[in-house]
Design a protein. Structure first.
Length: 112
């Protein structure tokens, strides 16, 4: 739990609800993965890997939410991010760019 709190302190976006909720933990781990922060605890590394593998599904869900609310400009960005997440990764930062775009979209959705 100490390492998760340290990651929360280094996270660039605010996490509403803190670490008590699974959404808060997911948000912190996604920001840690995108930012390339070192995660040492095995359980957190495992969770971080799961989040990275689920990024395309998360993006697709965000696309459905933005489309249902009529936010077409956000929907387009999230759809592009979803497509990028499904592409194979060849040692470039395209995947992290995709997740940065997702986090920016998440921040806009959370504030509304």
């Amino acid at each position: 739990m100490e390492e998760l709190e340290a990651l929360l302190d280094q996270a660039p976006l605010n996490v509403k609800g803190g670490l008590a909720s699974k959404e808060g933990k997911t948000c912190v781990l996604m920001q840690a993965y995108i930012g390339g922060l070192p995660v040492k605890a095995f359980a957190l590394v495992s969770d971080c890997t799961f989040i990275a593998q689920s990024a395309a599904r998360i993006a697709r869900g965000l696309f459905e939410i933005t489309l249902a609310r009529g936010w077409l400009s956000y929907a387009e960005k999230v759809l592009v991010a979803s497509d990028w997440c499904r592409l194979p990764r060849f040692g470039c930062d395209c995947f992290r760019w995709c997740l940065r775009l997702l986090l920016g979209s998440l921040e806009c959705l959370i504030e509304v």
